[in-house]
Ligand binder design. Structure first.
Ligand code: SAH
Length: 512
């Protein structure tokens, strides 16, 4: 007989991936069946294993949410089949999440279960909008209420008039559709129209918006601002402590859409850096990187590793692909031989460091010319064997300078190829055409060239959505200009933090 599996009722938090618990991440990554509904941030699902069965039980266009009994039946069935099941719910499973019903059925069916709490929307929205839920002087109790009226359950309706007299903080979930009647009820219950009140919509996401007002004026202001669900309504004296410019929305790129054009596998670092300062990312992977190597050259190079004076890396991809090939043939890092290591810039050096390789030479400015110059100045090239590990683009300058001025004997080993990723008809292209962006970042000349080639397929529906162009450095700027594209911003150094810095400064200046 199959051993019974286990069901985990797991809170997915309010939206920001950073607020998902470590336990939830572990379970999502290791479960065999995952049931989810309309999560505010579905990117958590990407962490599920490739053989995990994902079951969408939520509402979708033209489809009702799966009835609760059916969901429970799936949980029971899968667990009885011996599966590790995760039932993921927005926020916390026990706060307006019907986790209670599911737990009861599991208990009655004799299925083992575990419950993983999540950061519930009220707590998260309060923190991100600077509304301290309790305060020694302004509020000593907190109530979580639902504004959703279930006609079938008349008896469970919240008596807002009663809650008007608690003197504490009210957090009303699902209240935006019924805002008018909720506010009226609170006033009827004796709450003063001057009582501070706020609505936080799409809390913790880049799209978060809020209105801070009073009970009497909240409705008009929320309608004017056009706030949408999901949203939490806060009422109580503590709301008076919120400031218009809270920490979350005053980050330099908050509310800005930034298009990132790097290859998908390469964009994570830039995306993370931009998100940290509040940007919303529009992915536009104009390039793709694929391993590409000439086997004969590779075996010659690896056979002669001991003979090189220098091994030179021109990109992070180069490091990764080279070492992948290397470890296919060797078990021991020492087989790399006694060569010194040079690379084009800090980011590539960091990638080497991650593999426990120290770098002997990095030029001050990250260009192929500067790297060649620095090597030549090291006066160690004359008749020396040098291995240059590259992609298919932009390698000639380096090789020619090392051979010509430096009199070195250069072996160039291409380990990957960067190609144009054609986006026509893709979701990314559709989104870009529809929404545009505030800025588009080009981190290489090839990204510019791919953009130019695909300009017709990436034409914007509205001219007003046209992004400004941000270039990572002089070489990329040159390519932009050669293609009659304006360079609005250029990073002070050719690295990702400098790109984020120049964008932050630009948009911070605009909002002053
Ligand atoms: N179990 C969830 C609540 C589910 S009920 C939790 O603990 O958070 C759905 C309601 O939650 C929405 O109508 C809204 O009131 C609130 N909500 C969920 N995510 C939200 C978000 N990111 N911002 C604002 N409100 C949110």
């Amino acid at each position: 007989m199959t051993e019974t599996g286990k069901v985990h009722l797991v809170g997915a938090g309010p939206g920001d991936l950073g607020l998902v618990t470590v336990r939830a991440c572990e379970l999502v990554a290791s479960c065999e069946v995952l049931l989810f509904d309309n999560l505010v941030n579905s990117s958590l699902l990407e962490r599920a294993g490739s053989d995990c069965e994902l079951i969408d039980v939520g509402k979708a266009p033209g489809r009702h949410a799966m009835p609760q009994e059916e969901i429970a039946a799936i949980l029971v069935k899968e667990a009885r089949a011996g599966k590790r099941v995760v039932r993921l719910k927005g926020g916390d499973p026990f706060v307006f999440g019907r986790g209670g019903e599911e737990m009861t059925i599991l208990r009655e069916s004799g299925i083992p279960y575990e419950i993983v709490p999540g950061v519930t929307a009220a707590l998260a929205c309060a923190a991100y909008a600077e509304i301290p839920l309790t305060h020694r002087e302004h509020g000593s109790s907190v109530s979580f209420l639902t504004g959703h009226e279930d006609v079938a359950k008349e008896a469970l309706r919240v008596d807002f008039q009663k809650f008007a007299t608690t003197g504490g903080t009210l957090c009303i979930y699902m209240g935006i559709g019924k805002l008018e009647s909720i506010l009226k009820e609170l006033e009827k219950g004796g709450m003063c129209p001057d009582t501070p009140a706020a609505v936080v919509s799409q809390g913790t996401l880049e799209r978060q918006r809020k209105v801070v007002s009073t009970l009497g004026s909240l409705l008009a202001q929320v309608n004017e601002a056009g706030l949408v669900a999901p949203a939490i309504v806060f009422v109580g004296a503590v709301v008076g402590l919120a400031s218009e410019r809270d920490w979350f929305s005053s980050r330099p790129l908050f509310g800005k859409k930034i298009a990132v054009t790097r290859a998908r596998a390469q964009s994570a670092e830039l995306k993370a850096l931009l998100e940290q300062v509040g940007a919303e990312i529009v992915e536009l992977p104009l390039l793709n990187v694929v391993p590409e190597v000439n086997k004969e050259i590779a075996s010659e190079v690896f056979a002669g590793l001991g003979t090189y004076e220098w091994i030179v890396f021109t990109s992070i991809n180069g490091v990764r692909e080279f070492l992948t090939l290397f470890f296919r043939g060797f078990q021991d890092l020492r087989c790399l031989g006694p060569a010194r290591i040079a690379c084009v810039g800090k980011a590539t050096a960091e990638e080497l460091n991650r593999h426990h390789l120290q770098v002997d030479l990095v030029p001050k400015k990250a260009t192929a010319e500067n790297l060649a110059q620095a090597l030549i100045e090291s006066e160690s090239l004359e008749n020396a064997n040098v291995l240059v590990v590259t992609g298919n683009r932009n390698r000639d300058v380096l090789v020619e300078m090392l051979e010509g001025i430096g009199h070195a004997i250069v072996d160039a080993m291409q380990v990957y190829a960067t190609g144009f990723n054609h986006l026509k008809g893709s979701k990314e292209a559709e989104r870009f055409c529809r929404e545009g962006a505030d800025a588009i970042v080009f981190a290489s000349s090839s990204a510019v060239e791919s953009f130019v080639e695909q300009q017709d397929d990436l034409a914007l529906e509205k001219e007003a959505h046209k992004p400004i162009h941000c270039s990572i450095g002089p070489a990329t700027s040159r390519t932009l200009k050669q293609n009659d594209l304006e360079v609005h911003l250029e990073a002070s150094h050719a690295n990702l933090p400098a790109v984020v810095e120049v964008l932050s400064q630009h948009f911070a200046n605009l909002s002053e």
